[in-house]
Structures are given as structure tokens and as C-alpha cells.
Design a protein around this ligand. Structure first.
Ligand SMILES: Cc1cc2nc3c(=O)[nH]c(=O)nc-3n(C[C@H](O)[C@H](O)[C@H](O)COP(=O)(O)OP(=O)(O)OC[C@H]3O[C@@H](n4cnc5c(N)ncnc54)[C@H](O)[C@@H]3O)c2cc1C
Length: 297
């Protein structure tokens, strides 16, 4: 079955890699391969790949930088469609138009060069616009939903592109309409506000300092769990005495209990077992059931 998909991709000159090592591209760095990794260079190639997968009944998942996503096991048995090559963006009249694979930091930089800001808090989130829209990413009081104007979403089963506005995206805490349906975010527009370059740079620095309570230079997916009520999951995990607790190579960060880190040699199974252990302990201690923020393929 994949051979026929490979032929179609070759015919259309779309970049792909069979048996791709995806351990290298996920921020958690656990060893895994995918049946095939496809890297479209623009939204029209992305749509073509999605259509091919649907036609051939092959399962797929669209990914950005995999900074919030880990594989479930050693092999993802479908097509991983990575959007990082789809990254055109431009600034006009205080609006940023950007494709799904643009990094959030590049959008902050683009705005700052033209004297527009308002999204500095997103600078240190290491993902793409597509990943950020999917999960309404945010930090330090700014979420994507605060600046999202409109976008184009492709629904592969219906073969339809739908133009959506902010309301239609039904953003809520770490959720959007995309987390519930099978839409693929193609591109969209964000609203920025006039700001001097100096002010933007100093805000970026201030946000960096605020994040100093997070582990640095480690393999992680950021916060493993969503906030529970008013308090962070890390608060409960810490109070449950789990800071530094590990299973295999997966460890609850000693710096910030909200993060699981790969301290070397972690497998997907280690991480999944650690997640279950944390959920059980926090539930036993506080009666709170933590919900994963990270995505598991
Ligand atoms: C060190 C570190 C710090 C972090 N800090 C923060 C933070 O402060 N705030 C925060 O919110 N997150 C944070 N994260 C998590 C992560 O960076 C964000 O969730 C980010 O938005 C994910 O983007 P991505 O491109 O890596 O998405 P991926 O991990 O590749 O994908 C995430 C989800 O989005 C889906 N997706 C990706 N692209 C598309 C698309 N075009 N259309 C439809 N679905 C798509 C994927 O299928 C998957 O379900 C952090 C992660 C790390 C490693």
C-alpha cells in the first residue's frame, strides 16, 4: 500500500522519507520511526498529500515542530506530514499573514522589524503557527486566540477549504475547533499592535526571564498536563512529592515538576508509564485527575 503512495509522491516531486527517524525531530527525542515522513513545500502540496492519504485509506497526522507531540511507540504506522517547509509570511497594516509552518518566533521577529508587536509572549514557545492554533498555545497572559483574526482550514474528508474567523475556531484553554475535528490549518492572519522595536525586544527579554523557572537545554515537550483549575499541574505534582521521580529515562524535571524530561535513553513506554504514575499519585493525593496537554501520536 505505501508503495503506491510513494509512487504518487515521486510523480509529483513531493519530498518524503520512508521509515523516517522521527526521534530526531521531536523535542522529546525518544527513539521512533514513521512509516513515512512527508514534507510538503506549500499549502497546495499539503492538500495533495492529505487527499492521497484519504484516497488510499492511509492514516496520517499533520505535525509542525513536534514540540508538543510524542510517538506512542517505536513506530508510527502512518504518514506524518510535517509543515515546517510551508513558512511564507508577510506583514501588512499591522496584520501578519502566515502559513501554518511558520515558527512563532519568526512571526514575532517579522512584526518587530515593521514596528508591530503584541505577541512577544509567544516568542519562546518553540512551535509553529499550525501547532499553536491547534492547541491555542499561550504564555504569560497571551494566547493565540487573542490575536487570531481569520484563517483557512482544509477538511480532507470533504475536500473543502473553509475560511474561519476567530469565533468559528472556538478557542478555549489549550483547545480549538481543530482539536475536535479533522481540519488542517493552512494559513491565517494575526492582528498586531504598533510598538517600537526596543519595547518588543525588552518584552521578549522579560518573558525569557519569567521562564527561567523552566528546565533549560533538555529534551522535553513543555508542560505535560493542562492546568487544573486555578493551579498549575506542576504545583500538584510537586506537592505529591514527584519532583525528580523517574521511570527508565523519563524524569519529572527537578527544576519544574510540570515538565517531563528525557534525561537520556527514555522510550515512549517510559514516558507513558510516568504519565500514568503521575496521574494516579495526584489523584490519590488531591482527588484531581490531570489531563494531558501533550499530544500522543
Ligand atoms: C521547552 C518548551 C516550552 C513550551 N512552552 C509552551 C508555552 O509556554 N505555552 C504553550 O502553549 N506551549 C508550550 N510548549 C508546547 C508547544 O511548543 C506548543 O504546543 C506549540 O504550539 C506546538 O507547536 P508544534 O508546531 O511543535 O506542534 P506539534 O507538536 O507538531 O503538533 C501539536 C498538535 O498540533 C497539531 N497540528 C500541528 N500543525 C497543524 C496544522 N497545520 N493543522 C492542524 N493541526 C496541526 C498536531 O497534529 C498535534 O496534534 C512548549 C514546548 C517546549 C518543548
Amino acid at each position: 500500500m505505501p508503495e503506491r503512495l510513494f509512487d504518487e509522491l515521486r510523480k509529483r516531486n513531493i519530498k518524503f522519507k520512508p521509515d523516517a527517524d522521527i526521534g530526531k525531530i521531536s523535542s522529546l527525542g525518544i527513539p521512533a520511526t514513521a512509516l513515512v515522513l512527508v514534507e510538503p513545500k506549500d499549502t497546495s502540496e499539503l492538500i495533495t498529500v492529505l487527499d492521497l492519504c484519504c484516497d488510499k485509506g492511509i492514516s496520517y497526522r499533520v505535525i509542525g515542530r513536534m514540540s508538543n507531540t510524542m510517538p506512542r511507540g517505536e513506530r508510527y504506522p502512518g504518514v506524518l506530514i510535517r509543515t515546517t517547509g510551508i513558512n511564507r509570511c508577510r506583514l501588512r497594516d499591522g496584520r501578519v499573514y502566515a502559513e501554518c509552518g511558520c515558527s512563532l518566533s519568526s512571526l514575532v521577529r517579522l512584526g518587530s522589524e515593521g514596528g508591530y508587536g503584541g505577541i512577544e509572549a509567544l516568542y519562546h514557545i518553540p512551535g509553529t503557527l499550525g501547532g499553536a492554533v491547534y492547541g491555542n498555545a499561550g504564555a504569560c497572559g497571551t494566547e493565540i486566540c487573542d490575536v487570531f483574526i481569520s484563517g483557512r482550514v482544509y477538511y480532507p474528508k470533504e475536500r473543502r477549504i473553509i475560511c474561519v474567523d476567530n469565533e468559528q475556531m472556538r478557542f478555549s484553554y489549550r483547545k480549538s475547533a481543530l482539536s475536535e475535528a479533522e481540519g488542517v490549518f493552512l494559513d491565517g492572519e494575526l492582528r498586531l499592535v504598533e510598538k517600537s522595536r526596543e519595547e518588543i525586544l525588552s518584552l521578549i527579554e522579560a518573558h525569557r526571564i519569567k521562564r527561567q523557572n523552566q528546565p533549560k537545554g533538555v529534551k522535553t515537550l513543555g508542560s505535560t498536563f493542562k492546568r487544573a483549575g486555578d493551579l498549575s499541574a506542576g504545583y500538584y505534582i510537586d506537592r505529591a512529592g514527584l519532583k525528580g521521580f523517574s521511570i527508565g529515562g523519563a524524569e519529572v524535571s527537578r527544576v519544574h515538576a510540570g515538565f517531563i524530561v528525557n534525561r537520556g535513553g527514555a522510550t515512549a513506554e517510559d514516558v507513558l508509564r510516568l504519565i500514568e504514575h503521575i496521574k494516579t499519585r495526584v489523584f490519590e493525593c488531591f482527588g484531581i485527575l490531570l489531563e494531558e496537554e501533550i499530544q500522543i501520536l
